[in-house]
Write a protein that binds this ligand. Structure first.
Ligand code: FES
Ligand code: FES
Length: 220
């Protein structure tokens, strides 16, 4: 009988190959690694572990991934230059690199709206887009809405109408509301609820959030 072991050039024949390895011990024993040790060759796993890093990656030097690339964003009216790896989301760039932590990370997968920012006036989930996709874009975060000590009308309305409880969703709600009001879709209850439905409030402050948005919309 001839046995060829995947990953080896070695071929072993008959009941024993002269090294004391029987077919039965090959089949019933500990499998390829033990067999390989018995015949004096390294198993594929051991060989891989012992190989230098370049050999482990097929002869190429080990890579940690694409390198950081320089980008420039206009954030809240200010040009910001930074260097980010292509995998970095806009949300992480804002929070971790630029320390604009008003924009919250909730789900990280486009479900809750806590990470809402305006990009060129359009509201988006910043957890679902990569920072490098926004070269030269205008980005507005919750930190960019107030004018000095003067709150944005939507911020003021949220305060006036108690449009929050824990407050975690609130930056996303407010930024989204600013975008919604700019879209001029109307202020009926159903319209506000429909077009703000991407912003989840786990505290259930929806009635007050809707009132705040309607009030800010009427004053605009
Ligand atoms: S954190 Fe982006 S949608 Fe939830
Ligand atoms: S105020 Fe708590 S999640 Fe909305």
């Amino acid at each position: 009988m001839t046995v060829t072991i995947p990953g080896y050039d070695t071929v072993v024949s008959k009941e024993t190959d002269g090294s004391g390895v029987s077919r039965r011990s090959f089949i019933v024993g500990a499998g390829v690694p033990a067999f390989a040790a018995a015949v004096g060759v390294a198993s594929p796993r051991d060989a891989a572990a012992a190989a230098p890093p370049a050999a482990r990656s097929g002869g190429r030097a080990k890579s940690d991934g694409p390198q950081a690339v320089p980008i420039a964003l206009t954030i809240n009216g200010e040009r910001r230059e930074l260097s980010v790896e292509p995998r970095v989301t806009l949300l992480d760039a804002l929070r971790e690199r630029l320390h604009l932590t008003g924009t919250k990370k909730g789900c990280g997968q486009g479900t809750c709206g806590a990470c809402t920012v305006l990009v060129n006036g359009r509201r988006i989930d910043s957890c679902l887009t990569l920072a490098i996709m926004h070269q030269d874009d205008r980005i507005t975060t919750i930190e960019g809405l107030a004018n000095g000590d003067e709150l944005h009308p939507v911020q003021a309305a949220f305060l006036e109408h108690d449009g929050f409880q824990c407050g975690y969703c609130t930056p996303g709600q407010i930024v989204s509301a600013v975008g919604f009001l700019a879209e001029k879709r109307g202020l009926e209850d159903a319209t506000v609820r429909e077009y703000m439905s991407g912003n989840i409030c786990r505290c259930g402050a929806y009635p007050n959030i809707v009132s705040a948005i309607q009030d800010a919309g009427k004053r605009a």
